[in-house]
Design a protein around this ligand. Structure first.
Ligand SMILES: Cc1cc2nc3c(=O)[nH]c(=O)nc-3n(C[C@H](O)[C@H](O)[C@H](O)COP(=O)(O)OP(=O)(O)OC[C@H]3O[C@@H](n4cnc5c(N)ncnc54)[C@H](O)[C@@H]3O)c2cc1C
Length: 471
C-alpha cells in the first residue's frame, strides 16, 4: 500500500485531475488480455518524461512498484500490477510529434495507437509495417515493450526492426536517449535493442524514433482453402521455398474458421484449413507472384483459390482474421493462448504434432496465425470450472512447448513472458542466460521497483494478497 504522503505527492507531480485512487478506476487498470487481475494502489496520467522521472525517484525512496501500461491488450500479463503500486498510463502522451518525409522517420509519444500512426503516415505515402492484430487499440509503447509482430512480419519484420532510437526514463529516474535518427549508428552498446522487448521492466519509454518505408504501390489479397491442415502447412513451406516473399501468409484451422465465420459472416470456406495470403510491391510482378502462389497452393491440394475483390472484401477478410482470438471464447470460456514459433520448414511437423497432442490429451486446440514466419497461435480451450479440463489444458501446453523446442523453435514469438510464461522460462533458457538477464535488471533497477514480478519466476502467487481482485 502506498501512503497518503505518496498519494499527495503523486497528485502534486501530475496534477490532481491526473491521479486516481478510486477503486472503480483502479479496477480498469488491473488487468490485460490474459484476464489476470490485480489492483494497483494508484493510476497516474503523466504528460512529460520529467513527471515520470519524479515518480520513479519517489518509488525508489519510498519503495513502491511502478507499472507502465499501454492499452492493456497484452497476452502475457505485462501490465498487470501483481504487487500493487502505481500504474503509469500514457493516455495523455499520444502525440505524433513529427513525420519526416525526407528521412523516412516518425517521432511519437508512447501512447499513440498503432493504427493511428499507420493511417497518418499512409496519407503521406509512407508505411509503418508492424501490425499486431490488436493494432486498433494497442499503443506504440506497448508494441515496443513486447516487440510486437503481426501478419506482415513475414516480409517486413517486427517492431524492433523499426525502432531507431528511444527517449526513456530509467528505473532510477534518469532520462536517457538511445540510438539514432540516422539509417545506421554503432556508438556504444545498442541500448535501443536492449529496451525493445524488455516488457516494461528496464525503462519507461517516453518517445520513439521509428523507421518508415515507402508505401507499397499495390497489394493483392488471396484466400486458399484446403481439405487437409497438413497440406496447407506444406503449401506454406513451399511458398517460402520458391522465394516469393508474401507480405502476409496466415493460416487458420477448422476450429478457428468455423468459430470466426459464425460471428463475422465473412464468407470463409467450410474446410479444414485456410491460408490468407497477401503480396505487395510494384504493380508489375504482382500478377506473377499471385500466379506462383496459386500454382503452389493447387499443387498442395487447395480446392479453392481466389483473389479478394475490392477493398470491402479485403477489409472483411482481415476483420475476420483479427477476430479469431476473441471469437474462440464462443467455444469454451477459457483458453491458454500460446504464440510459439518454429523454423518455417518445420510447420508441417508442428501441425501434425499439435493434432497428436490434442488427441492424446483430449483437449480442443485451435491454431491460427502467422504461418509465414513460423509463428502459430496455439489456443488450448477449456473450462476452468472443470479441474480435469484445466489440468489437461496445462499438460497440453507443456507438450506443445516440448515439441516446439524439439523442432528448434521458441516458446514466444511476440507476446513475451510477463507472468504467463515465467514458469516455462527454464525450458528454453539456460541458468547462465537467466542469470545474465537478471544481472542486467539489477544493474538498471537495483531496488526492483519497475514492473516487479515479471519475466523471472517469482510468480504471481508471491503477489501481495491484498491486491488480488476476486475473479
Ligand atoms: C485480440 C488480440 C490480438 C493480438 N495480436 C497480436 C499480434 O498479432 N502480435 C503481437 O505481437 N501481439 C498481439 N497481441 C498482444 C498485444 O496486443 C501486444 O503485446 C501489444 O504490443 C500490447 O500493447 P499495449 O499497448 O496494449 O500494451 P500493454 O498490454 O498495456 O502492455 C504490454 C507491456 O508493455 C509495457 N509497456 C507499455 N507501455 C510502455 C512504455 N511506454 N514503456 C515501457 N513499457 C511499456 C507494459 O508494462 C507491459 O509489460 C494481441 C492482443 C489481442 C488482445
Amino acid at each position: 500500500m502506498i501512503t497518503n504522503t505518496v498519494k499527495n505527492e503523486l497528485s502534486r507531480i501530475v496534477g490532481d485531475e491526473n491521479a486516481s485512487f478510486s477503486r472503480e478506476e483502479l479496477v480498469c487498470y488491473s488487468y490485460d488480455a490474459t484476464n489476470k487481475l490485480s489492483l494497483p494502489d494508484a493510476v497516474v496520467f503523466p504528460s512529460t518524461p520529467e513527471e515520470i522521472s519524479l515518480i520513479l525517484k519517489m518509488a525508489n525512496s519510498e519503495g513502491f512498484p511502478v507499472i507502465p501500461r499501454g492499452a492493456g491488450t497484452g497476452f502475457s500479463g505485462g501490465s498487470v500490477p501483481v504487487e500493487g503500486g502505481v500504474v503509469v498510463s500514457f493516455e495523455r502522451m499520444k502525440k505524433i510529434i513529427e513525420i519526416d518525409t525526407e528521412n523516412l522517420i516518425a517521432v511519437v509519444e508512447p501512447g499513440v495507437v498503432t493504427w493511428d500512426l499507420q493511417q497518418e503516415v499512409e496519407k503521406l505515402g509512407l508505411f509503418y509495417p508492424p501490425d499486431p492484430s490488436s493494432l486498433k487499440f494497442s499503443t506504440i509503447g506497448g508494441n515496443i515493450a513486447e516487440c510486437a509482430g503481426g501478419p506482415r512480419a513475414v516480409k517486413y519484420g517486427v517492431t524492433k526492426d523499426y525502432v531507431l532510437g528511444l527517449e526513456a526514463v530509467l528505473p532510477t529516474g534518469e532520462i536517457i536517449n538511445t540510438g539514432v535518427r540516422t539509417a545506421k549508428g554503432v556508438v556504444g552498446y545498442d541500448l535501443t535493442k536492449l529496451l525493445v522487448g524488455s516488457e516494461g521492466t528496464l525503462a519507461i519509454v517516453t518517445k520513439a524514433v521509428l523507421k518508415l518505408l515507402p508505401l507499397p504501390e499495390a497489394t493483392k489479397t488471396m484466400l486458399a482453402a484446403f481439405p487437409k491442415m497438413g497440406d496447407a502447412a506444406r503449401a506454406v513451406s513451399a511458398i517460402i521455398r520458391v522465394k516469393v516473399v508474401p507480405a502476409t501468409l496466415e493460416i487458420m484451422d477448422r476450429v478457428s474458421i468455423r468459430c470466426v465465420e459464425e460471428y463475422s459472416k465473412a464468407g470463409l470456406p467450410d474446410v479444414e484449413a485456410m491460408l490468407l495470403i497477401e503480396v505487395d510491391g510494384p504493380k508489375e510482378g504482382l500478377e506473377r507472384d499471385c500466379r506462383t502462389v496459386e500454382a503452389i497452393c493447387k499443387e498442395h491440394g487447395a480446392t479453392e483459390f481466389r483473389a479478394a475483390e475490392g477493398k470491402d472484401e479485403v477489409k472483411k477478410l482481415w476483420q475476420a482474421r483479427r477476430s479469431i482470438s476473441p471469437s474462440l471464447y464462443r467455444i469454451k470460456p477459457n483458453k491458454i493462448n500460446e504464440d510459439i514459433v518454429v523454423p518455417r520448414s518445420k510447420i508441417p511437423e508442428l501441425v501434425e504434432g499439435l493434432g497428436r497432442i490434442s488427441a492424446e490429451r483430449g483437449v480442443l486446440i485451435a491454431s491460427f496465425g502467422h504461418a509465414g514466419d513460423g509463428n502459430i497461435h496455439v489456443n488450448v480451450m477449456y473450462d476452468k470450472k472443470s479441474v480435469k479440463e484445466a489440468q489437461d489444458a496445462e499438460a497440453a501446453v507443456v507438450d506443445v512447448f516440448k515439441l516446439t523446442l524439439e523442432l528448434r523453435g521458441t516458446i514466444s514469438g511476440e507476446h513475451g513472458v510477463g507472468i504467463a510464461k515465467q514458469k516455462y522460462l527454464e525450458m528454453e533458457l539456460t541458468p547462465a542466460v537467466i542469470a545474465t538477464m537478471k544481472s542486467i535488471k539489477a544493474a538498471l533497477d537495483p531496488k526492483g521497483i519497475l514492473n516487479p514480478g515479471k519475466i523471472f519466476p517469482k510468480a504471481v502467487e508471491a503477489a501481495d494478497a491484498e491486491h488480488k481482485v476476486p475473479l
